[in-house]
Structures are given as C-alpha cells and as structure tokens.
Design a protein around this ligand. Structure first.
Ligand SMILES: NC(=O)c1ccc[n+]([C@@H]2O[C@H](COP(=O)([O-])OP(=O)(O)OC[C@H]3O[C@@H](n4cnc5c(N)ncnc54)[C@H](O)[C@@H]3O)[C@@H](O)[C@H]2O)c1
Length: 440
C-alpha cells in the first residue's frame, strides 16, 4: 500500500519504518526540518533500540522516504496516519493544535479517497472533530478513523511488530477492510485486531493508561505502608502477582511514573471527567499519589540528615525509564529541583538521556554538574540516588563507590541494587518499601 505518516517522533517513525518493512511504500513527514535532514542522512533523531537498522534497510530499498512537504506527500496515498504530539495544554486537556494543523494540511493535499488514521492519543470525540476539518477543507472524500498506539518506548519495535492487540475505531466497512489488510502481517500468528467505534477506541487508550498508572500508584502506596510496618514489598509483590487475576506485571513500586504519556493522558481524562461532571475518583488519587512519590527519596534523605544544605548528592539515571532518551516528566526533574531548592549540590549521570535533560536543567557551576559515568558521579557525594534502572547502573562495584563517596548513604528508587553487596561494602541503603540496609 502507499502510506504517508505525519509526525516522525517515537510513534510515527516506528510505525512508518514497520509498515515499510512489510513492503509498503511509506513517506514520513515532519515539520521539523532538522529531523527530516537527519533522517535523510541516515541518522535517527531519537534513541530507540533496533530502529536504526529497520530505517536503514527500508530507506536503502527506496520504500521509506522522509520529507517536510506534507501537501505533496499525501497525494495518491490510500492511508495517511496522523502521529503528531498531543501534549498537555495549560488547562490540563490534550492540546490538539498540532493535530488540527496536520489534518488541515492533509485535507488540502489529498487527491483521492483517503483513510485518515489518527494514531495520536486524543480525547473522546476527536475523530469527529478531525472528520469535520476534512469535510470543510478537502475536495476529496476522507474517512477519519481512530487507531490508538500502545507501543512502549525502549521496546517500541517489538511492540509494533508483534502487537498484543490493534484497536481500529470506525464503523466504515471500507476502512475496516483496508486497515485489516494493512495490519494482517503484524497479527499473522493470532488475529488481534479489535474493531469498535471511534469513541470507544479513543477511550480505550485513556482507560488503559489510567489503569496501568493506577497499578503503579497502588503499589507505591503499598510500598510506603511496607516501610512503616517493616514488610518487604518485593515479597508482597511476588505474592500478589502469583494470583492470575492480578498477574505479575506492572506491580513494581518506585519513584513515580513519568514519560510523555501517563502524566498527560491522566490529566486529559481527568479534564474530560470534570467537564462532563463524571468524577473519576480513582484516577484523581492515582495522580496525587504519583506527585508525592516523585520526591519520596528526598523525604527519606531528609529524615536521616534533617538538613541537606551543602550536601553533595549523586543522581544516577535521568530518563523516565531505561532504554529511552525521553526525559519528559521524569521523576529526576522533581528530585533535582527539590534538592537544589534545599541547597544541595547535585552531580548527575544518564547513559543516554543527559543531553535532553540538560536542555531543561543546564549545568550550573557549583550546583549542578553532569558527569561522564557512574563513578565520576558518586565521587565526593554524601548520598547517591538511583533513579533509573539502566542495566549499566544495576550492578556497580559498590566497594569502589564506597571509596569514592564522602558519605555512605544510598537510596535505591528502583529496588534493584543487591542488598548483600551494598551491606558488605559498608553502606546504609534505603529502598522503596524494603527494609533499610545497615552497614556490616
Ligand atoms: N511516545 C510514546 O511512547 C507513545 C505511545 C503511544 C502513543 N503515543 C501518542 O502518540 C502521539 C505522538 O507521540 P510521540 O511520542 O511520537 O511524539 P513526538 O513529540 O516524539 O513526535 C511528534 C512529531 O510530530 C511532529 N509534528 C508536529 N506537528 C506536525 C505537523 N503539523 N506536521 C508534521 N509533523 C508535525 C513534531 O515535529 C514531532 O517530530 C502522541 O499523541 C502520544 O501521546 C506516544
């Protein structure tokens, strides 16, 4: 099929590359010239494991093109995907300005009947809004449908190539047929395409993300209770997860969820619920618990030292999760802001996401320093926080860290550091919902 994907971010680029990999002719369009130039030079603007190889082989075969020309690129296409950002607006709702802009350009460019597929995460009713843009501005017929995306950054290729389900929101038989054909190679081993109406598809995405975020906040509260009563959340988690009605995934407590999706999607569904006077009390609490959780490690440090003014704190991991360079809403932002506001000196490191993080928090002489690796970061620190569980940060040489640090306080925000190794090396370590480790 001839396809166009508007937006070459984490979703659009992965989707475009994956569709090309199954033999479709794909043009990926972005308004950001720098990104398109990079892609045309064979460089990938984002960090996503495995994406470079797929882009390279399909670009080499001429099946995957990149362009800034939206009007020209949507001509003679059976399907056009909209995969632009829908960031949180000032009122908490999803900001649809990029989506509407993109839709208007597509409407002006199409020259045949086109299925317009919205992949961006959008409030219920947006397909109708976008359909209206086409009805008013296009000479050709467009069928606007919803196809929310469920990929995870860091594992995006696998998620897209082998989706657990593909949600297609439209009542148009024609659109259902074309989308069924397009996705057929992705769901060959088991048909995981679920057809529904567009509103239900749009809400499925928000309901899924709210539910996943709620599991995280629930476990974070259980972890706090474990801290108070002296239970070990690792045991509680395993015990709970063995119940097939609960399942083992997404039961890991930590320092709160972040990223470009959960926070803004929860804000958007809450906006909708307020507007329609249909409260979502559980989701409200999920959000409030998460906000508090992001500074839990700082609270723990304060309960030990009372004052952190003048202390040097090492921050290991800045991305909101491992295997991504995405730092949007990462807990490390709040942690570092809090520490700096309390007068601490911060030394920080992330294997991939440091440059992105520094755009928002530039290095500042005497208060915030970015370091080359884990060991440089901890040098001279009174306390060290683990914020992102990158593989390279999970099994460090604790004896070496002990030699390099000035103090002996560790705070493991991800419950991954080996308790026995830490104790052996002479540290005091606090986790999230696990008993405190006292130096041997
Ligand atoms: N990132 C994820 O893990 C993920 C997962 C599922 C769903 N989503 C949703 O998918 C959507 C896209 O997310 P993302 O993370 O890929 O965003 P992103 O910010 O990484 O990329 C969006 C791209 O769209 C481009 N763009 C904006 N306006 C444009 C226009 N008018 N024409 C052409 N290009 C334009 C931007 O320049 C940018 O490159 C969002 O709604 C998001 O909520 C994201």
């Amino acid at each position: 099929m001839k396809i166009c994907v508007i937006g070459t971010g984490y979703v659009g680029l992965v989707a475009g590359a994956a569709f090309a990999d199954f033999g479709n002719n794909v043009t990926c369009v972005d308004i950001n010239e720098e990104k398109v130039d990079m892609l045309n030079r064979g460089e990938i603007p984002i960090y996503e494991p495995g994406l470079d190889r797929i882009v390279e082989r399909n670009a080499a075969k001429g099946r995957l093109l990149f362009s800034t020309d939206i009007l020209g690129s949507v001509k003679d296409r059976q399907v056009v995907f909209l995969a632009v950002g829908t960031p949180q607006g000032d009122d908490g709702n999803a900001n649809l300005a990029y989506l509407k802009d993109a839709a208007l350009s597509v409407a002006q460019g199409i020259n045949q009947l086109t299925i317009v597929v919205n992949k961006s995460t959008v409030p219920v009713g947006t397909a109708e809004v976008i359909q209206e843009i086409f009805n008013k501005n296009s000479k050709e017929e467009a069928i606007v449908i919803s196809n929310p995306e469920f990929l995870k950054e860091g594992d995006a290729i696998n998620d897209f190539m082998k989706p657990e389900r593909v949600i297609i929101g439209t009542t148009s038989e024609r659109a259902r047929h074309i989308m069924g054909e397009l996705y057929a190679p992705f769901v060959r081993s088991r048909n995981r395409i679920i057809f529904m109406d567009a509103k239900s598809a749009e809400l499925t995405k928000y309901a899924s993300n709210s539910f996943l975020a709620t599991r995280i906040s629930f476990m974070n509260e259980i972890a706090r209770l474990c801290d108070v009563v002296g239970a070990d959340v690792e045991s509680v988690r395993k015990g709970m997860g063995s119940d097939s009605r609960i399942g083992p995934k997404f039961l890991y407590p930590g320092i709160g969820y972040g990223g470009s999706c959960f926070p803004k999607d929860i804000s958007a569904i809450l906006y909708l619920s307020h507007k329609l006077d249909t409260p979502l009390h559980v989701v409200e609490s999920t959000h409030a618990v998460n906000d508090r959780q992001k500074v839990y490690l700082v609270e723990k440090l304060l309960s030990r030292t009372k004052d952190v003014k003048g202390l040097t704190v090492g921050i290991l991991g800045l991305a909101f999760k491992p295997n991504t360079d995405d730092v949007r809403e990462a807990p490390a932002h709040k942690i570092i802001e809090k520490l700096l506001s309390l007068g601490a000196v911060v030394r920080a490191y992330d294997p991939i996401a440091m440059d992105n993080f520094a755009l928002e928090h530039p290095q500042k002489e005497g208060s915030l320093t970015y370091c080359k690796n884990l060991y440089e970061t901890v040098t001279g620190c009174d306390a060290t926080f683990l914020c992102t569980e990158w593989h390279e940060l999970q099994r460090p040489d604790f004896a070496k860290i002990h030699d390099l640090m000035r103090g002996n306080l560790l705070f493991d925000g991800r419950n991954v550091w080996s308790q026995s190794e830490v104790a052996e090396a002479g540290f005091i370590m606090e986790c999230v919902g696990r008993p405190t480790i006292e130096a041997k």
